[in-house]
Design a protein around this ligand. Structure first.
Ligand SMILES: Nc1ncnc2c1ncn2[C@@H]1O[C@H](COP(=O)(O)OP(=O)(O)OP(=O)(O)O)[C@@H](O)[C@H]1O
Ligand SMILES: [Mg+2]
Length: 355
């Protein structure tokens, strides 16, 4: 059984900076849990508090049900992989992996055996006698992960471990990390500012903004049911159309906008009379009229992205439009410079009050 991690009303203040404000969430044992948010929002600070490198100014942290107050990093069942990982360049791969075991009194033969076992786990069998400089970036990344796993942590804390890799390698490593997590059953807490990475890898995601927890949910849930304007715009692309709520009926809000009355699912806290925005994803906009709502815009450019193309345009009130069109349907794409209509279903849009 791997350990759960609980944060209860955790806060951290550095001088005048409120880095983390009243954050509460529970990570289940064996879960792949991500913390997603822009630079400076407090992600690393949360991880360092869980690892014991920082003591929170307020609140409690429990790991495996046990209060961690006053315990240092070596007394916690955690291991951390840092944002800028570093292997020891003059040490062969196997010694890098077994590094943490020496302090625990393991003999050289034991350390070698453990390192070889972990090399197999990260699919680098036979690489133990190479030097770090003789590995690719992705292979070095896997060695850093093996080194963290060597001390048999219950909880592995990963701070943007893939950010230095190119896109192809990053995508490959996502799948590898995910498989490794399932194979070991270790609880992973994974930090990233890359929303597609968080969506692809996680069981659940916590979204942070400026030290404040915005929402915790499964990837699909965050994408389809954002609870705050920040989550609606940070997780995935979206169109935001401003207006005023006229009525809410059967969970559908009617919003009077500069583009006419539009309807979408009412998010948390929406009521008649409020200023609000309707959010609709680029892939929910279908060229041509149709669905429960129709919008029109002038098309400024179409960017071909491979699997799909993105049409960029302007609504009559000057706001930006973005619509995605599958490459197989490009013949239905509007002409650049033309006015085009797009339809969408109310069930594909969400309405949230202005924050
Ligand atoms: N030791 C420190 N002393 C003072 N301020 C700090 C300290 N560590 C972090 N901060 C501040 O706390 C805030 C949160 O920092 P943190 O490193 O947690 O952000 P982050 O979400 O990890 O960002 P990034 O994605 O850039 O790594 C920032 O405003 C940062 O400047
Ligand atoms: Mg950070």
């Amino acid at each position: 059984m791997s350990y759960s991690v609980e944060l209860h009303q955790v806060g951290m203040t550095f001088g005048a900076t409120r880095a983390v404000d009243d954050v509460t969430f529970i990570v289940e044992g064996g879960e792949f849990f991500s913390i997603l948010g822009p630079s400076g929002c407090g992600k690393t600070t949360i991880l360092r508090m869980i690892a014991g490198f920082l003591q929170p100014t307020e609140g409690r942290i429990l790991i495996g049900g046990r209060d961690m107050a006053g315990l240092g990093p070596n007394q916690r069942p955690t291991a951390m992989i840092f944002q800028s990982l570093a292997l020891f360049p003059l040490m062969p791969v196997w010694e890098n992996i077994a590094f943490g075991l020496e302090a625990r009194g393991a003999s050289k033969a034991e350390r070698r055996r453990k390192a070889d076992e972990l090399l197999k786990l990260i699919a680098l069998e036979g690489f133990g006698d190479r030097m770090p400089g003789e590995l690719s970036g992705g292979q070095r990344q896997r060695v850093a992960i093996a080194r963290a796993l060597a001390v048999e942590p219950q909880v592995l804390l990963l701070d943007e471990p893939l950010s230095a890799l190119d896109l192809k390698l990053r995508q490959h490593m996502r799948a590898e990390l995910r498989a490794l997590q399932k194979r070991t059953g270790v609880t992973f807490i994974y930090i990233t500012h890359d929303q597609s990475e968080a969506l692809a890898m996680s069981d659940r995601i916590a979204v942070m903004s400026a030290g404040v927890l915005q929402q915790v949910g499964a990837p699909r849930d965050l994408y389809d049911n954002p609870a705050t304007p920040f989550v609606a715009t940070f997780v995935g692309e979206t169109n935001a159309i401003s207006g005023k709520v006229m009525a809410v009926e059967n969970g559908i809000a009617s919003v009077e906008t500069g583009l006419g009355v539009l309807r979408g699912r009412a998010g948390p806290g929406v009521s008649a009379g409020q200023g609000a925005k309707l959010y609709v994803r680029p892939e929910a906009l279908v060229p041509g009229a149709g669905g429960d709502n129709t919008l029109s815009a002038s098309i400024e450019r179409i960017d071909f992205e491979g699997a799909f193309a993105l049409a960029h345009g302007r609504f009559d009130d000057g706001a930006a439009l973005i619509a995605s069109i599958p490459s197989t349907d490009l013949s239905s794409a509007p002409e650049i410079g033309s006015r085009a209509s797009f339809g969408f279903a109310s069930s594909h849009a969400v309405v949230l009050p202005d924050g």
